[in-house]
Write a protein that binds this ligand. Sequence first.
Ligand code: SF4
Length: 455
Amino acid sequence: MHILSKSTYIKGLQCEKALYMTKKHPYLRDKLSIEQRAIFKRGSDVGILAQQRYPGGINMSPTYPTQFPKKVQETMQNLDDPEVKVMYEAVFQYNDTLIMVDILVRDGDRWRAIEVKSSLRLSPTYYYDAALQYYVLHGCGIPLSDFQLMHLNGEFVKDGPIDVEKLFKLTSVMDFAKEKEPEIAANVERLKNVVALPHSPLVNIGTQCHSPYTCDFLGHCWKYVPKNSFLFTTAMPDETLFQYYFGGYGSNKLMLEQLDPNSEEAKQVEALENGTYYIDYKSLFALAPNPKPRHVAYLNVLSDFPAVPELDGMRPYQEMILAFVVTGDNEPDGHSHWHCFDDHRRSAEALTLMKERLSHYDQVVCFMPMNHNLGSKVINLYGTLLDAHFYHPKIKNGINLQNIAEALFHDVNLFEHSRILVEANENELTSYKQAINDLLTENEVIKRTYQHFFN
Ligand code: SF4
């Protein structure tokens, strides 16, 4: 059996302890978040579509991990079979490192390897990921004509059935992978030694815990860090925070002695100590609506951003409105106005209806970067709170309605949009009425947040 795979290799580059724990103590992992599940699902949907660009391939993907050795053998046999022109998920192993190549296409007497990405842009991690695969393929003696990354084309506009030739872009990473081969070889040796250790390597928590990915052993490694530690502040770079933390200033009290009491850094640490939040009221009041609006609408929208466009005229990841709610004092009969669409094709209709309802108000309050032109009367609380330096330990990884509710109110239990969408997609929660209920609850948080700061 193999020791490393693409994912464990990348994990090991981020943190040797994370690699060791994954191999030896996987049960200590944190549970996958709803957002992570959504990203995995999106990746596999795009991968299947990408295969259509090279149709008729043999799928080498094993049903169970125990089948990997058999699939390695079968892949090698297929390479020698001139009838096999394309393989999906071809399995290779070299120097105890196992990889699966998304698409392998026969190219004369050589092969072209293609790694599929569901993103619009290519990150450095993707290049290193490809370099590892090249290292294994080269080690197995596979003659390659090219190694390419295949990713979504942001310029693609759907017009009829999806044209997979135009939906994807191909970028060669062969030169990069060749250049990095000695570095990859050294990394593989180092990480194999880590896995062979009799105990977990001693690695302190640090900036690597969240970069480039949020590690799934945070619950284990951070269990002794107090929930109100200054490590959760956002006013200083993480490098600086960890220097203080391991430099003899581990507590908030000691940290405060190092900081200018009027600085934002100190205000955040004080907020942590007092179990409250911080906001720069001067900046906040400068953002207050002036004059005070007579009729305020609170708007909440449930959107989807499909990687592969579903409607003609749309691009990858373009927003589609699934539902919206408007609450305010100008609604018919004083009731909340809401619309819910169980068909994505009605997104344009939803936008028209939403604009019509909002025309009855002189102020619209929402919590999202608004991609739709609703005029200058919109207050986006998300941007407003960011501009006013709003801080609460829960927002360390970004502000959302859930952590705002936790910071300001203690009687609200929120689901987030992403949760609704994923659950609806998985048929765990098929009722869009449930989505509306959640949108209404969220809208109540939007309203209370606005009134909390501006009334
Ligand atoms: S939480 Fe941090 S220290 Fe622990 S395994 Fe993950 S990256 Fe390494």
